[in-house]
Design a protein around this ligand. Sequence first.
Ligand SMILES: [Fe+2]
Length: 156
Amino acid sequence: MHTWNYPEIGQLIGFVTEAITEMTKVSSGLTEDQFGADTTYIGWANILRQGGYHKMHTHPGSAWSGVYYIQDGLGGEPDDAPEDAGCIEFYDPRHGVEMVPVPGNPFGQRLWFPPESGRIYCFPAWLRHMVTPYQESRERVTIAFNVRVENFETFE
Ligand SMILES: [Fe+2]
């Protein structure tokens, strides 16, 4: 769908470009005029129905990945649904860090984030993540994407 010639797709790619540019700045310490790269965008739609989920995975071969919530589907969840039902969860990539006994157990924990129509979450493609079982009665519609980065260059 990333090749569809619709203004909405172009707008979404613009949002993703802005997000990955910011993440590259933060992770590299460079300013926007100090780097450049060739990027390839790959996008696909997901429809999630009640009971659906995405098991833990990564997105091999890409630098950045993410999800854009077109329709979060919220509003029809049963009262006994878990607080994190249908949320995207990220896992600490550091092997064994949950063994470190410090107050608050800050290491090795999962982080989960709620869906919201219009929101984008971007993250490194290597970061393990999943979507917990979705409990809403309405369908959720999202666009997931990968961004491949090649020929990364830095400029003085
Ligand atoms: Fe994913």
